[in-house]
Ligand binder design. Structure first.
Ligand code: PMP
Length: 354
């Protein structure tokens, strides 16, 4: 039975990527060796790393603009502290839009003063804060572009002269954005880029080297840049599979092409949520995410029936995050629109039956 994977991450990846990745585990580049048993310094793997970095910068439109793409480890969670370690001298501004930005704030406080520029905590993180004022004496401003748990997403980003840092873990490569407005972008791979195990960092080199503290080598972006993400053994399988996913996206027509499909998927699902009285969307309308669609049932007594319907239809991973409850349909790049149509049909069917 075909599965429809709405999981929040790790999540659905394109079938052709999974096929190529599994082939490479058995026999990579006709070497009669596995991708995961050759040296990361071999010509074959160095080519993978180069290509992955190149694809990142070209898809984001950041080639020849002073940016470097790094494939690191430790997840986006390690970036919460690496960003501050490398950039926070005195004071940084953070926008608090939920669990992930709160964790970033907690780590930054180990390194300097943190100014909360806006928060939607009072509103259960149902919206993206507006009218954010940014003082110009900050070392940087940090925000989370898409809030995986609550299903909210920045539409526009604050304009500022201080470096802008963005956790794009759950919406990178999903929509056309002027990526040049950011000085540092980071994202765990396991949503739109590949499997868990590597973290993408795209950083404008000129913002580095300005803090006075000593930075341990593994946490120093400059060292990773100098060593081209090979200071230590990179997570070879995750980097290779990310490269395949980036190649898939590039062949599809890049971010512009996938954005059109993503818009259609989100529109279909939100339309149903707005017209079907049995469902209540979680996020405020103007802050809705096009990657994670969160909702609850108006009547808890329908839970068992709805859960049984979608499980029988081959849907996976629709339960909401434990901190919010309800449901979360993660509709990342690789989720096909037919999966969204299936879910919408089930929602209609539940309404008809009730
Ligand atoms: N930021 C965001 C927006 C996330 O969604 C997640 C994980 N879901 C993280 C950070 C943490 O990522 P990791 O598990 O790779 O540390």
């Amino acid at each position: 039975m075909k599965k429809h994977n709405f999981s929040a991450g790790p999540c659905v990846l394109p079938q052709e990527v999974l096929k190529k990745a599994s082939d490479a585990v058995l026999n990579f580049n006709d070497l009669n060796l596995s991708l995961i048993e050759i040296s990361h310094r071999s010509k074959d793997f160095v080519e993978v790393m180069d290509k992955a970095q190149h694809l990142v910068l070209s898809l984001l439109g950041l080639e020849n603009k002073g940016y470097k793409a790094l494939f690191l480890q430790g997840g986006a969670s390690l970036e919460f502290l690496m960003v501050a370690y490398n950039l926070l001298e005195k004071k940084a501004g953070y926008i608090d839009t939920g669990t992930w930005s709160s964790k970033a704030i907690k780590e930054a406080k180990n390194f300097g003063e943190v100014l909360i520029l806006g928060s939607s905590k009072e509103n259960g993180f149902k919206n993206i804060p507006t009218s954010i004022e940014i003082p110009d004496d900050l070392d940087y401003v940090h925000l989370t572009s898409n809030n995986t748990i609550y299903g909210t997403q920045f539409k526009d980003f604050p304009k500022t002269s201080v470096p802008l840092v963005c956790d794009m873990s759950s919406d990178i490569f999903s929509r056309v954005v002027d990526f040049e407005q950011f000085d540092l972008i980071y994202a765990g791979a396991q949503k739109n880029m590949g499997p868990a195990g590597t973290t993408l960092v795209v950083v404008k080199e000129e913002i580095l080297g300005k803090v006075s503290r000593n930075i341990p080598s593994m946490l120093d972006y400059r060292i990773h840049i100098e060593k081209e993400s090979m200071y230590n053994t990179p997570s070879v399988f995750a980097v290779y599979t990310s490269m395949l996913t980036l190649e898939w996206l590039s062949n599809l027509g890049g971010i512009q092409a996938i954005e059109k499909i993503n818009n259609q998927k989100a529109a279909a699902l939100y339309k149903e949520l707005d017209t079907n009285a049995l469902f209540i969307p979680y996020a405020d309308k103007d802050s809705r995410s096009k990657m994670n669609v969160t909702f609850t049932l108006a009547d808890d007594r329908l839970t068992d029936r709805f859960d049984s319907m979608w499980k029988h239809a081959g849907i996976n991973g629709l339960h909401g995050h434990r901190s919010v409850g309800g449901y979360r349909a993660s509709i990342y790049n690789a989720l096909e629109i037919e999966s969204v149509h299936l879910l919408v049909d089930l929602m209609k069917e539940l309404e008809k039956q009730s």
